[in-house]
Write a protein that binds this ligand. Structure first.
Ligand code: HEC
Length: 158
């Protein structure tokens, strides 16, 4: 009775040890299995150049004024014409009359403004006037480019 009891007792004592070993083995096994695909993904096939080529997005977007590495972009386009500045920046308000901007080619709207003289018109353009922001929103425009845009608008009513 006493021997039986002690045998049972040692069995029970060994049990946690066995399950711990089994658990450790399982952990090691699953870690090995899991790390296998991770390692395979960590190093994609091909040379660095192959990989870079695959990662290049389709269709490169190149916006005006950006150096896009093409020979065309290397050519100095020079200052924008008055018409180009108008079409890109001033058009938004002066074609529609937004915020009561004097509309392009509207002689009646421009007459009192032209009467103020070109210096006054340029002063308003550079510093803004009423609802019109400074430089008519073309913050990168040179004074010459803005002058050309004002000329372009003034000429439209003459
Ligand atoms: C966000 C709208 C807006 C944009 C963009 C804009 N303007 Fe204007 N502009 C106005 C408004 C509004 C007025 C009238 C302001 C007033 O008299 O209170 C005006 C008036 C003017 C006048 C007359 C100023 C005067 O003293 O009477 C000139 C010149 C002018 N704009 C040039 C330009 C040029 C050049 C550009 C582009 C580079 C431009 N504007 C872009 C809104 C705009």
């Amino acid at each position: 009775m006493n021997a039986q009891y002690s045998a049972k007792n040692t069995n029970m004592k060994r049990l946690p040890n066995l399950s711990l070993m089994a658990f450790t083995a399982l952990l090691a096994l699953s870690f090995g299995l899991l790390s296998q695909p991770l390692q395979a993904n960590a190093v994609p096939p091909g040379t660095d150049d192959d990989i870079r080529e695959r990662l290049t997005p389709f269709g490169n977007l190149c916006r005006a004024g950006e150096d896009c590495g093409s020979s065309a972009a290397a050519v100095d386009t020079g200052p924008l014409s008055g018409e180009a500045v108008y079409n890109q920046f001033c058009f938004a308000c002066h074609a529609t009359g937004a915020s009561e901007a004097p509309i392009f080619a509207d002689a009646e709207a421009w007459a009192p403004r032209i009467d103020k003289g070109m210096d006054a018109l340029m002063n308003s353009t550079l510093n803004g006037i009423g609802m019109m922001p400074p430089k008519g929103t073309c913050m990168n425009c040179s004074d010459d480019e803005l002058q050309a845009a004002v000329d372009y608008m003034v000429e439209s009513v003459q």
